[in-house]
Ligand binder design. Structure first.
Ligand SMILES: Nc1ncnc2c1ncn2[C@@H]1O[C@H](COP(=O)(O)OP(=O)(O)O)[C@@H](O)[C@H]1O
Ligand SMILES: [Mg+2]
Length: 260
């Protein structure tokens, strides 16, 4: 009986050793893969950064010379010619915004994350005031919970709240009584912050898509935009070790939750 026990123990030990070896091999392969992925990502970001950067100069000159034509050659151009040039200018300005947004996205990955106490409520109030100042004719009710504090990079967390609140501002434009809320909720024993509005909302079927670069659920004719904002937001949240998700329904508003 003793012998049988010893043999089975040895057999077990042998199998454990084999499995440990296998796991170590797999771990090594995973480490290798993730190092490669990181390198590819960094390269891609550097690429996006320089492309965006170099696109700016020619764009400025297209816009600048179009303006010169409009100002100095208006008579020769006639109404139709002027209209075409105005469209050229509008398009270059849209492209300028796109480039700026891409640069911001690339910058987020390169930025060092500083962790310090941040009052998110203060940030939210600041941004709300800024939105209201830029479009004073819009009447939007803001409900901002006080003293919501977090640990993170103040500059990047401002980018997060700026994007979320700006989206709520934009997607409530067609709502008769727009309301935007910033607060927090219990989430798995922890706390999640949330930005909620009663605007256009979206179909939950596409809830994951929202955070992809260039992914937009609304057409530019309906609501203008580049589809880069939420991708930037998700990157910032991920770099803080947090999570972001969204809930919504068409014409029933949207809620964006994030943890830090
Ligand atoms: N508050 C919101 N309400 C409804 N839809 C939203 C809201 N925020 C974002 N979305 C949807 O998610 C898409 C991606 O958002 P974002 O990356 O900020 O791009 P953009 O604002 O430039 O369209 C938007 O095009 C829109 O369809
Ligand atoms: Mg946006």
């Amino acid at each position: 009986q003793n012998r049988a026990l010893r043999e089975s123990k040895e057999g077990l030990e042998q199998r454990v050793a084999e499995r440990t070896g296998e796991l170590e091999e797999r771990n090594e392969a995973l480490r290798h893969n993730s190092a490669q992925l990181l390198a590819a990502n960094t390269e891609l970001d550097a690429f996006a950064y320089s492309v965006s950067h170099d696109l700016r100069a020619p764009l400025r000159s297209i816009d600048g010379f179009s303006q010169v034509l409009l100002e100095d050659y208006a008579a020769q151009l006639g109404e139709a010619g002027q209209d075409s040039l105005r469209r050229v200018r509008a398009a270059t300005q849209r492209m300028g915004i796109l480039i700026d947004d891409l640069l911001k996205l690339a910058r987020v990955t390169r930025a060092e994350i500083r962790a310090e106490p941040v009052d998110l409520s203060d940030l939210a109030r600041d941004i709300a005031a800024e939105l209201q100042r830029a479009t004073p004719e819009r009447l939007v009710e803001f409900a901002i919970a006080p003293h919501l504090k977090a640990q993170g990079d103040p500059r990047l967390l401002r980018v997060v709240l700026d994007n979320l609140l700006r989206n709520s501002w934009k997607y409530t434009a067609k709502q008769a009584r727009p309301r935007i809320e910033f607060g927090s909720v219990e989430e798995n024993g922890g706390r999640a912050f949330m930005v909620r509005d009663n605007g256009a909302g979206f179909d939950m079927k596409y809830a994951d898509k929202l955070f992809g670069v260039f992914q937009r659920l609304h057409s530019a004719a309906e609501f203008e935009g580049t589809g880069i904002g939420l991708a930037t937001v998700r990157r910032i949240i991920n770099r803080h070790g947090g999570r972001i998700w969204a809930e919504g329904a068409v014409d029933q508003g949207a809620t964006f939750y994030f943890t830090l």
